[in-house]
Ligand binder design. Sequence first.
Ligand code: SAH
Length: 358
Amino acid sequence: MTDTLDAAGRSRRDGPTLRYDVSRDELATVLDGEPTYRLDQIWEGIHRQGGELDDLSNVPKALRARLGDLLPMGLTPETESVSDDGETVKWLWKLHDGHHIETVLMHYDDRTTVCVSSQAGCAMACGFCATGQSGFDRHLSVGEIVEQVIRARRTSAPRRVSNIVFMGMGEPFANYDRTWAAVERIHGDLGIGARHITLSTVGVVPGIERLANEALPVNLAVSLHAANDDLRDELVPINRQYPLNHLVDACDRYLAAKNRRLSFEWALIDGVNDQPIDARELAALCHRLHAHVNLIPLNPTPGYRTRGTSAAGVRKFRDELVDLGVNTTIRRTRGTEIDAACGQLRASRQLVDPPRRR
Ligand code: SAH
């Protein structure tokens, strides 16, 4: 984008100022002339509660109405789909300019996780990923990222959202500044611990390097999928720009700086990356980086013919890794029947034709 962006990553040229795009100082300016305690009341209110101004019963109605007009919400629900006996909820949101994004809420026995999008679409073009197949629309602003958590948390109540994963649409490190500002807000104002926040990257090396220098020790996941450059160049095109030796060096530096556990995501594709040689190559990288592996059978997407590895094949691959001494878990697939599973997020274009700025 070539137009000027403010600190929240809002375009000054188009679009309203969204409720979660304003900083505390900007809200103070909006509240100029009001008693000083209103700032805390409203700032904390909109972050601790669900974002509905009408829930702020201690704020005068006229002020709530004025704020509602000045600072509208950024996400309009287009659809809300529920699956896994109510344990998974997916939203398709419409943004103010007609683009779409998705957010997924997942309840587990021991935690509740919100999977957020960092961009509308994605430019990384991984062929097996539905978001990658449909291309890039635009970056999300800080407020559009934060609001996904606020809205999901409202639905989740009384169950508390404990974890945030940046594994929705988009590449968080291709939208680094806004993603990081959103992480700081989710941590500082929504009260979710850094150790419960995970950033997942396709391997954008400069982003990993920046993350190593941040104060908050969040978790890093790398979507690896192949442990040799020939195959990774095919599966994950950004590998041609940041090949494995660069990626591994960046992970090394991240580990040295943060002492946090690194995890590799590995979508098992039938006959492509699920053979014993793949397990051996992956194990060698894991040993070097003390990484944990999350395995998931490839979920079906419209634009990719190859199938996911069978359940038995996934277990066999897991056993091979475990025999090689690698800490491995098979990720439970959530929301497949509502296209909410990993790699299936593709905010349906057919609903609206978003304006394209080219
Ligand atoms: N761009 C970031 C964030 C997206 S996370 C990243 O790549 O890490 C989404 C995760 O789902 C990634 O690990 C991605 O590789 C994986 N994924 C994409 N398509 C998939 C599919 N069809 N089946 C299973 N996992 C998939």
